[in-house]
Design a protein around this ligand. Structure first.
Ligand code: G3P
Length: 222
């Protein structure tokens, strides 16, 4: 399973990219709003300079023609741009047309395996089931990921399953166990998942012991 960062914050992207584990980026209008006053195009182009992998940019049109206009504009910004459209009949219609034009899509706001099936049938490159937002309403969000993976594998549908709306480190593990191709993770969750107190304690102890060792040997082992 690949890890994407769910952010439009350039500092977070630079830091996660430095770790060597980052394969792509997802953005949405809410994340763009938090990104600090630059244009949509400027942010996506800046991300593309840092990350060599799919970068999702979201449309805001509700009608198919509007989505197509936005998608064609986004696709010119960088070859790695993947266009996000919503899980609606208009969204699936846009996916079909964009696939014919060679523009990759990420079908977002997916909350059921039926919506995931329809996105794949339309030719989506990525489907994004929203795990956390289903958990928020007392439904098992990860079950949509499990069902989607099972349906896609059983019917040889090549659409990639991207677990979105990831809220805590266990979601990452569960998405990987469910067979998701990608999990898109907020930077805060990535940091939480990266840390373990025993790792920090172990480093601390090794450094102290090494210090004692070099003092005893008069620095000869340094
Ligand atoms: O990018 C879409 C998704 O990951 C949003 O997550 O936390 O706003 O439900 P959240």
């Amino acid at each position: 399973m690949r890890i994407f960062l769910d952010t439009a914050d350039i500092d977070e992207i630079r830091e996660a990219a430095r770790w060597g584990i980052l394969s792509g980026i997802t953005t949405n209008p809410t994340l763009m709003m938090k990104s600090g006053g630059k244009s949509h195009e400027a942010v996506i182009r800046e991300i593309a300079e840092i990350v060599d992998g799919p970068i999702s940019a979201e449309t805001i049109s509700l009608d198919t023609e509007g989505m197509l206009v936005e998608a064609r504009r986004f696709a010119k910004w960088h070859p790695n741009v993947v266009v996000k459209v919503p899980s609606t009949p208009n969204g699936w219609a846009a996916v079909k047309r964009l696939k014919e034009e060679g523009i990759r899509t990420n079908v977002t706001l997916c909350f059921s395996a039926n919506q995931a099936l329809f996105a794949a049938l339309a030719g989506a490159y990525i489907i994004s089931p929203f795990v956390g937002r289903l958990d928020d309403i007392s439904e098992d969000g990860m079950q949509v990921v499990r069902d989607t993976v099972e349906i896609y594998r059983k019917h040889n549908l090549p659409t990639l399953v991207l677990a979105a709306s990831i809220r805590h480190p266990l979601h990452i593990i569960d998405a990987a166990k469910a067979g998701a191709d990608i999990a898109t993770v907020p930077f805060k969750v990535l940091e939480l998942a990266a840390k373990h107190p025993l790792t920090d304690k172990g480093i601390d102890n090794f450094l102290k012991d090494w210090q004692k060792f070099t003092e005893e040997t008069g620095g000869r082992q340094a």
